[in-house]
Design a protein around this ligand. Structure first.
Ligand SMILES: [Zn+2]
Length: 323
């Protein structure tokens, strides 16, 4: 699942907090009724003693008396309901309410994580990976072909088709995507589209720019105090459903980066976990910059999509300045 221990603990704390809130609200409701509807409370007291009496009659075989008690109980409950109604209070005012009725805000159903737990986990990883902002814009709803023509357009159309197929078959098919091409041709945009679709389907997606990713890894590796953090990060990077590495090649590449990069590709390949990479590097530059084994992993395990064309960001800026 890719959750670190501290992330797991923080989710469990949020459930404990919610349960406390639920109980506090119920106590407030009870107190309100006690103060404003004392008649209701008298009925409730009568109800519990009648219940007891009825049980005793049933045990002693006094069926007639038990039946009488049942009738009186029904009358009492009807009176309670009408008292609440007259006071304009809803019938479930004195029952405990939950944010998630399925797990009653415990996070688990018969030992299995509830859907609400999974959503909390996703949200946490979502925020951690910092793609919230990006995804507000980078999604298939904002897809536009207007910036492309000729061969550039057919490259882009092929890439979009590949993305749709990737999303459609994500849970049944193990595939990896590698977008390369010049600056501003829509590579990161397409990664964002994939991320958004898969997050919405409940997958755990982690997004990193290459610069941030390798900076985090080296912070953990070269500072002995961060060993636990490094282990959790490795755990997340190797096990999340989808890992997106954006702008590969913008980091300061050295042997540490190259070996960490290979480890990520290799571990995810062993686990059949998909990875999406985007880069401005050409395939030749990729081979020069990283080790042969990195190059061979990518060329043999990734679907390679080339994107070409003008720099869309620059084009948009020019259009804006003309207005
Ligand atoms: Zn739940």
């Amino acid at each position: 699942m890719g959750l670190t221990n501290s992330q797991f603990d923080s989710i469990m704390r949020s459930y404990e907090f919610q349960q406390m809130e639920n109980r506090r609200t119920l106590d407030e409701h009870k107190e309100y009724i006690r103060l404003h509807l004392p008649e209701y409370y008298e009925c409730k007291n009568k109800e519990s003693s009648l219940n007891l009496q009825r049980a005793t009659y049933l045990m002693d075989g006094k069926d007639e008396l038990a039946r009488n008690a049942s009738e009186q109980l029904a009358l009492l409950r009807a009176k309670e309901d009408s008292l609440l109604r007259q006071a304009g209070i809803s019938a479930d005012y004195l029952t405990e309410h939950y944010v998630c009725n399925d797990c009653k805000d415990t996070g688990f159903i018969r030992g299995q994580k509830c859907h609400c737990f999974r959503m909390k986990a996703i949200k946490l990883l979502y925020e951690q990976s910092g793609i919230q902002e990006l995804l507000n814009h980078d999604n298939f709803d904002n897809l536009s072909y207007e910036y492309y023509s000729g061969e550039d357009l057919s490259h882009f159309e092929n890439a979009v088709d590949t993305c749709h197929a990737f999303v459609r078959n994500f849970n049944s098919d193990y595939r990896n995507l590698f977008f390369y091409g010049t600056v501003g041709t829509g590579k990161s945009f397409l990664s964002g589209c994939i991320a958004k679709e898969l997050i919405e389907k409940g997958n755990l997606v982690i997004y990193f720019s290459a610069t941030k990713l390798f900076a985090e890894l080296s912070r953990g590796a070269f500072d002995y105090k961060n060993k636990d953090e490094l282990n959790s990060l490795h755990d997340d990077l190797y096990n999340c459903d989808l890992l997106i590495i954006d702008d590969l090649g913008t980091e300061l590449t050295n042997s540490f980066v190259s070996s960490e990069f290979f480890a990520i590709l290799n571990e995810r390949h062993i686990r059949k976990k998909s990875t999406v990479i985007s880069t401005n590097l050409s395939l030749m530059n990729l081979q020069d910059r990283y080790s042969d084994r990195v190059f061979s992993r990518i060329t043999s395990n990734f679907e390679v999509c080339k994107l070409t064309g003008q720099d869309i960001r620059m084009y948009k800026k020019r259009q804006l300045s003309r207005k």
